[in-house]
Design a binder for this molecule. Structure first.
Ligand code: IPM
Ligand code: MG
Length: 360
């Protein structure tokens, strides 16, 4: 039997509660489809700081690097808010992305028919929206140098550098066009080329790469306009290709099309086998231990893991359909509860999705 190793980085807050449910589902499908999974737990974020005085210990990084895939819960807790920037939990996230060269971040914003009414937007605007945001994840102003805070002309001055090498733009553009080929063959590249030089280069390289994908329709949008269009008419988008910071902002915005942050998964891929899968929501430390958070984003992240790391498309679809069945049957965690639905806890949601997998 094929065996895969998964590094399990639950993180802080409710991270363990959601990864527990994802592991439950992964074990269920490994039984159903006969493959072996080994889980290797490791600390990341605040809990790692408590133990090792760093949020991303070398030992965790080694486990992540040698695994076939990484499943992450979430990092961060108000307890660590006063730590120096270099050892804050978020640093671990940026550090692991960079160390594993996870330059391609896939953030689908899918509006399930079962949940259309959850969106703060009108149902006819969001119904059937299916956007894949492809966010560059290891460059841009997040990692650019020089950066810092210093004193200049007698006052403090803070600065970061928004920058991209053409090779970085090219490789993420290829990912976007390849993903579009598997979907509706449309790419919208988002930048700020009317103001920023780095965006002018971005646009030039994306145009160049597009010539290798003749079947894919390419258009461009300035980021301010894109932010507006995502709300005005989200159905116009198939794949959105963008840089690190624009993608950070637009993906949070797009998550609201579906109504809850608790529903959206993500995949961060490299050009080797290294890959990490995580919900896009945070660690919700205030809800820790209450069995109330929504495990669906993490369960769907596990489904993406099977699809993108192990090419198990059928298993991926089985998990997605089992999640949708649970929703159709009226089961809801608190964040997505509505009149006439059955509100259940984190682990019960995992159990119901697991049952749906095993009875089919
Ligand atoms: C995200 C988060 C992170 C980011 C933070 C926590 C560093 O907002 O994954 O979108 O900005 O990338
Ligand atoms: Mg973000």
């Amino acid at each position: 039997m094929t065996a895969y190793n998964i590094a399990l980085l639950a993180g802080d807050g409710t991270g363990k509660e959601v990864t527990d449910e994802a592991v439950k589902i992964l074990k269920a499908v490994s039984e159903k489809y006969s493959f072996d999974l080994n889980f290797e737990p490791a600390l990341i974020g605040g809990c790692a700081y408590d133990e090792y005085k760093t949020p991303l210990p070398e030992s965790t990084l080694n486990i992540a690097k040698s695994a076939d895939a990484v499943l992450l819960g979430a990092v961060g807790d108000w307890k660590y808010d006063t730590l120096p920037p270099d050892v804050r939990p978020e640093k671990a996230l940026l550090g692991i992305r960079k160390a594993l060269n996870l330059f391609a971040n896939l953030r689908p914003a899918t509006v399930y028919p079962e949940l259309t009414s959850l969106s703060p937007l009108k149902e006819n605007v969001v119904a059937n929206t299916d956007i894949m945001i492809i966010r560059e994840l290891t460059g841009d102003v997040y990692f650019g140098t020089p950066k810092g805070i210093e004193t200049k002309n007698g006052e403090r001055y803070g600065y970061n550098n928004m920058c991209y090498f053409e090779s970085e733009i090219r490789r993420i553009a290829h990912v976007a066009f390849k993903v579009a080929m598997q979907r509706n063959k449309k790419v919208c590249s988002v930048d700020k080329a009317n103001v920023l030089d780095v965006s002018r280069l971005w646009r030039e390289i994306v145009t160049e790469v597009s010539k290798e994908y003749k079947e894919v329709e390419l258009n461009y949008m300035y980021v301010d306009n894109a932010a507006m269009q995502i709300i005005r008419n989200p159905k116009q988008f198939d794949v959105i290709l963008t840089g690190n910071i624009f993608g950070d902002i637009l993906s949070d915005e797009a998550s609201m099309l579906s109504g809850s942050l608790g529903l959206l998964p993500s995949a961060s891929l490299s050009d080797t086998k290294n890959a990490m899968y995580e919900p896009i929501h945070g660690s919700a430390p205030d809800l820790k231990g209450q069995n109330v958070v929504n495990p669906i984003a993490t369960i769907l992240s596990a489904a993406m893991l099977l699809k993108y790391s192990f090419n198990m498309n059928e298993v991926h679809d089985d998990i997605v359909n089992s999640v949708r069945k649970a929703l159709k049957d009226g089961y809801r965690t608190k964040d997505i509860a509505q009149d006439g639905t059955k509100t259940i806890g984190t682990s019960q949601m995992g159990d119901i999705i697991k049952q749906n997998i095993l009875i089919k």
